[in-house]
Design a protein around this ligand. Structure first.
Ligand code: C2O
Length: 573
């Protein structure tokens, strides 16, 4: 088995995978799991923190299912903070109650409480993941959700020899909840992370981290599937493997037309499935990730996380002598050209039915904002530049989570006063979004405004980044849906010239779009899933500042198009 000296969660995983595929039956199965949220002491970078985990594991358990299976996950909160779990990218058709975002589809699971999430995977294959959806708990409460084809169905490529999960994370030498609380108190930007991690381990370019560096095994000649997930909080990441080509075959649990690249770029929330062929001399090669930092002048964590791709027949490094794995080159931190070349390479495997005859044509700006220091507030609470507080918005609306009901509960039971349905279909004022924006437009209004959609509505959204305070790339995630990304570009979206760039033939299907820095992206979907669905920037710092909105989708006709009744154990506020 090659040289094993570090802990290798992956080899155990591959054994489990073998076992799971050996016993799986042709019929759809139901998988039962217990997730106990607990306070766990974790040591990284030579420092010990108490953080929240699932079952004491970091990352949490990998869930492995086949398309068509159901999951029943009983979450018990034995920690001191509220929690919810979101199954990122799972369509949750008619089961919005199991989606998980705090105060959108449920109230939080309080310390001592529990809630059982029940949902089915339909028509999705590849890699998704799960994470806490409550404050910054997801920094340590997250894990992979691997969806293989139905028993008897095949992959649209030769069956890989092994498959490995690579969860990219972010680690602070502090309790992440303290980091965000401090930022909310001061109004400034939160501290940047101290390390990135691969499957929870920073890797041996960091202090005190060499023993735990993750090993990804491979054997000469074989082709393996690597499931890369950006589960970090606030940073887009470049990802590469030394001397190996990456063939992208899927993203966000949809297959794509295969393409080959040296480097991936993933925003938080996004997944990318790649095939790698062991066609290099048997040795050890670094798998590495570091920041794609698109905002000019903003501080970011510029460290590099690594794991090691290890050929089974690689010569063993003699004890005490470090045999350095081959290090790849990564793009420059601000290499937007490489990020763009990557995101624009995605196509669906074949011609798809893109919604046309659009019923709802929305234009939604996304970006930061600045609020003046409230009168009488201490300077310590206005630590953004020039004595202000950071904020963020969509269409000038900074989203405020309700606190006494979730949006879905209020909607279902007809409770008034929790939200209003007047989220605007376009910005209240048109301006040069990516130009030199007048200061008078930097301050959004606050509210819990949602946008109503009729069942079956065909929706187009032009997402438009703004340069307010600073332009940056935003990973925009929509719950409950996959959408087609028709086009992206820089500057202001211009319908007269940009509509002709739409890919109406084979656009990729995703749940998280990379909205280019100072640019736009156009997405389309059919509103065929009733519920309350949050759309937000997946940089957690931006969610807290209000970069979100909610779509409230009506029921259609009949059981298949109607939101189920709320489960009896749904938490109340
Ligand atoms: Cu991955 Cu709203 O979440």
């Amino acid at each position: 088995m090659g040289c094993r000296n570090g802990s290798s969660a992956l080899s155990l995983l591959s054994l489990l995978l073998l076992f799971a595929s050996a016993v799986s039956l042709a019929n759809a199965k139901t998988h039962y799991h217990d997730f106990v949220i607990q306070e766990t002491k974790v040591t990284k970078l030579c420092k010990t923190q108490t953080v929240m985990t699932v079952n004491g594991q970091l990352p949490g358990p990998t869930l492995e299912v086949n398309n068509g299976d159901s999951l029943v996950i009983n979450v018990v909160n034995r920690a001191k903070e509220n929690v919810t779990i979101h199954w990122h990218g799972v369509r949750q058709i008619t089961t919005a109650w199991a989606d998980g975002p705090e105060f959108i589809t449920q109230c939080p699971i309080r310390p001592g409480g529990s809630y059982t999430y029940r949902f089915k995977i339909s028509g999705q294959e590849g890699t998704l993941w799960w994470h806490a959806h409550s404050s910054w708990v997801r920094a340590t409460v997250y894990g992979a959700l691997v969806i293989r084809p139905k028993e008897g169905d095949s992959y649209p490529f030769p069956k890989p020899k092994r498959d490995s999960v690579v969860l990219l994370g972010e680690w602070w030498n502090a309790n992440p909840l303290d980091v965000i609380r401090e930022a909310m108190r001061t109004g400034g930007a939160p501290n940047i992370s101290d390390a990135y991690t691969i499957n929870g381990q920073p890797g041996n370019l960091y202090n005190c981290s060499s023993k735990e560096t993750v090993i990804v095994p491979i054997d000469s000649g074989e082709t393996n599937l690597i499931r890369v997930i950006n589960s970090g909080l606030n940073q887009q990441l470049f990802f590469t493997i030394a001397n190996h080509k990456l063939t992208v075959v899927g993203a966000d649990a949809s297959y794509v037309k295969p393409f080959t690249t040296n480097v991936l770029m993933l925003g938080p929330g996004q997944t990318t499935d790649v095939l790698i062929k062991a066609d290099q001399p048997p040795a050890r090669y670094y798998i590495a990730a570091r920041a794609y930092a698109s905002a000019q002048g903003a501080p970011f964590d510029n460290t590099t996380t690594t794991a090691i791709l290890e050929y089974k027949s690689a010569p063993c490094p003699a004890k005490g002598i470090s045999s350095k794995p081959v290090m790849p080159t990564l793009p420059a931190y601000n290499d937007t050209a490489t990020a763009t070349a990557f995101t624009t390479s995605f196509r669906s495997p074949k011609k798809v039915e893109v919604p046309t005859n659009i019923d709802e044509n929305l234009f939604i700006t996304a970006g930061l904002g600045i609020n003046p220091c409230p009168r009488g507030a201490p300077a310590s609470s206005c630590q953004a530049p020039n004595r202000t507080r950071f904020t963020a918005s969509m269409n000038n609306m900074s989203f405020v989570l309700p606190s006494n009901f979730s949006v879905l509960q209020a909607h279902h039971h007809g409770v008034p006063g929790v939200f209003t349905t007047d989220f605007p279909a376009k910005p209240p004022v048109a301006f040069d979004y990516t130009g030199n924006v007048s200061r008078s437009l930097w301050q959004p209004t606050r509210g819990t405004k949602v946008y109503k959609l009729k069942y079956g509505a065909k929706v187009q959204i032009v997402l438009q980044g703004t340069s307010i305070f600073t332009a940056e790339n935003h990973p925009i995630h929509l719950h409950g849906y996959d959408f087609y990304i028709l086009a992206e570009g820089f500057g202001n979206f211009n319908p007269a010239t940009d509509t002709s760039k739409f890919n109406l033939v084979d656009p990729p299907l995703r749940n998280t779009a990379s909205l280019p820095v100072n640019g736009w992206a156009v997405i389309r979907f059919v509103a065929d899933n009733p519920g309350a669905w949050i759309m937000h920037c997946h940089l957690d710092v931006h969610i807290g500042w209000g970069l979100a909105t909610v779509f409230l989708v009506d029921n259609g006709i009949g059981e298949m198009e109607t939101l189920q009744q709320p489960p009896a154990d749904l938490p109340v506020c």
